[in-house]
Ligand binder design. Sequence first.
Ligand code: ZN
Length: 478
Amino acid sequence: MKRLVAMIAAAVMAAASADAAGRTKIDVLIRHATVIDVASGKTLPDRAVAIKGGDIIDVGQDAALFRRYSAAWLVDATGKYVMPGLWDMHVHFGGGQELIQENRDLLPIYVAYGVTSVRDCAADISDSVIQWRSEVTAGSLFGPTIYTSGPKLEGYKPLWKGTIEVDTPAEVDAALDRLQAMKVDFVKITDNTLKPDIFEYAVKAAKVRGLKTSAHTPYAITIEQAARDGLGSVEHLDYLIKAGSPQEAAIGADYVAGKLSYGQASDRFVETFDAAYAKGEYARLKALGIYVTPTLTMSRILAYLDREDHRGDAALAYIGPGLRKTYEWRVERAAKSTPAQVEARHREYELSVKVLPMLRDAGIPILAGTDAGYLNSFNYPGQGLHDELERYVEAGLTPREALASATITGPAFLGHSDRYGAIAKGKAADVLILNANPLTDIRATRSIDSVVLHGKWIDRGVLDRTLAEARAKASKAN
Ligand SMILES: [Zn+2]
């Protein structure tokens, strides 16, 4: 009897999961697409992509999949290109408790620009970010998948708010206990007031616990030493300029001794950068397994604030007044710069553009990230990532390499390559459908026809409405 019930139950279930023609019922079937295999740079024509729940369950020749599946939604992607959703590996949600809602309002904007995952690199509203992370995963909040460091580690009385202040190994251990209890996705460490030996202790202790780290490295320590300690990712390309100076350690020592200011030391790294030395150093860093998030767009915006006026940027319409106000800090700082400081910033950016392909040549994995969020003026959530990819191609990366930095490297860093990085069976259904081929022109990542987020297909009309709502919210907040 029991067996018979089980057999009937199985038959009922089979009927529910197949249509009259015996085709398996699924949620979305994207048809006649050209699938972009980012890893190889190949395009696969006339493919269908079968999506059920949050998963890609099959990819293959269109005719074969059309016979096999019956979908609630059929999406005709004739003449269109399908690739994995984009990852922005360096964003910030922050600016104080009063800006929580404005930050939350940024989430749909990321999706509308095809960014389906973001890595939040710490700020001052971590409790909210951690709550959003769960809500997005549960499907109750519309936004990209969030990976977050939670509050970052710093020394006592840093410039930054919302940090965990540590000054001893015991305090680092307690901080890591707390971060692990919050189930953070990685640990962010910055060096505003953090002692160099405590920085090194934190990197090593996190590694022992199996936690990835991402950092601004103190000038007292070479990047190679930080990599030997087990640092996971270096944020911002200027640290790789530092690593490319044969005088890196000596300049760092002069800074520690008070002979050079922070700004003077960073200028010295630029002045003493040596391409031949850097090549060898980057090979050593590659061997140590370090990743780099260049944040070139941010460097470029800050470097040229003297000659580019952003007050008319259309994208400002998406930024609420509170967040917009945080932009002033950088603008005011830039306005106070001397002509020599402005010149030094230009030189640093021009060198950054040359360093990026050197990192690629060394095989160092590049994480596409923008630094978008509060404080970082005119670096717009969503759009910024497309700008960043364009900067990479201008600097000499191929479009395929730029795409890989925004689809493959991020999941690899966070240990999620099994679920992300390709349009393939078993991967998460975070998918972009584009009107043009980004392998031939990287700007095509902006030509978004529709987005599949966590298995749900969102057409252009809905994406446009999402953007209109975001603009309305940002202006209403005024
Ligand atoms: Zn940042």
